[in-house]
Each structure stands twice: as structure tokens, then as C-alpha cells.
Design a protein around this ligand. Structure first.
Ligand code: SF4
Ligand code: SF4
Length: 145
């Protein structure tokens, strides 16, 4: 692999603005591990949890389970104190912003700053740490419907 632009690490520290959890509809996909952690956290069974907190994302080639939004487009797990399932939040949320499309190159990282004020702030995350998130993502199997 060529030396990546994040070879010396990337700074990121969440500024708790809530923007990535609120205001717009989107998809937060779940793996079996994500779902199990949320079941343990909420105490609900699978059927009840999916009926209450999930929607179907029709991606054309497949349909996946995603966390749904409230009528105001905030994530259904967002409350006035932040993420109400923080310890059990899905991999997609935990691994942000170390997603392939964001760390692909300097331009994509810089472009993401429009959406997240935490990029290039605070703690420096090493190349190893970033690649660990990328590798874990490859091993995720997301739940289809
Ligand atoms: S947009 Fe960035 S800074 Fe704001 S809550 Fe999300 S991760 Fe944190
Ligand atoms: S599960 Fe939590 S961290 Fe993920 S989008 Fe919803 S409120 Fe945000």
C-alpha cells in the first residue's frame, strides 16, 4: 500500500455539536453485533426493537435495516443529553470519521469539514488506529431485510 495521506495520523475530537445525529434523514446500518449490543442495552427482543427503532433502507440491489429518525429527522436515539445509547452505539457511529470515503485522500478529508467541526481538532489518531477502523469495517456484515 502506498503511504497514505494520513500516514502521520489525523486529529479528531468530537465537538458534541450533534450535527451528524440530527436534522437530516440518513442511514445508520446495523451488523448483528451492533443489534445485539442495542438489544442488551435496551432490554428489548429483536422483533420489538426492529419494529420500534428501525426502518428499511431500500438500496436497489438490497434492503438493509437502518436506525430510523424521529419526525423532526433527529436520530430516534438522540435526546437533549446526546446519544441515549452511546455505550451501545453502532459501529458506523463509533468509527466516524475513519470511514474509507473520508480518509481516502486529503480532499475528501477536507471536504468532510463542511459537515463536522471535529476534524483536525484535539487528539491525533495514529495510522495504525485509523487502519484498524478500516479493517474492522471490512469484517462487518450488515443485516439485510
Ligand atoms: S458532526 Fe462531528 S463534532 Fe458534531 S457531533 Fe458529529 S462527530 Fe461530533
Ligand atoms: S445512534 Fe447515537 S451516535 Fe448514532 S446517529 Fe443515533 S444518536 Fe447519533
Amino acid at each position: 500500500m502506498a503511504y497514505p495521506f494520513y500516514g502521520k495520523g489525523l486529529k479528531f475530537e468530537c465537538q458534541q455539536c450533534g450535527y451528524c445525529c440530527r436534522y437530516e434523514p440518513g442511514y445508520v446500518f446495523l451488523s448483528e453485533e451492533d443489534l445485539q449490543a442495542l438489544l442488551d442495552h435496551t432490554g428489548l427482543d429483536r422483533k420489538e426493537f426492529i419494529a420500534t427503532y428501525c426502518k428499511t433502507a431500500d438500496l436497489g440491489i438490497e434492503k438493509r435495516i437502518s436506525i430510523k429518525e424521529k419526525p423532526n429527522n433527529d436520530c430516534i436515539f438522540w435526546d437533549e443529553k446526546g446519544c441515549s445509547v452511546y455505550e451501545a452505539r453502532p459501529f458506523q457511529c463509533r468509527s466516524y470519521p475513519f470511514w474509507p470515503m473520508i480518509v481516502e485522500n486529503r480532499e475528501s478529508w477536507e471536504g468532510e469539514k463542511k459537515y463536522c467541526p471535529g476534524l483536525d481538532k484535539g487528539k491525533c489518531h495514529s495510522r495504525g488506529e485509523i487502519e484498524d477502523w478500516l479493517e474492522k469495517r471490512v469484517n462487518q456484515t450488515l443485516i439485510s431485510r
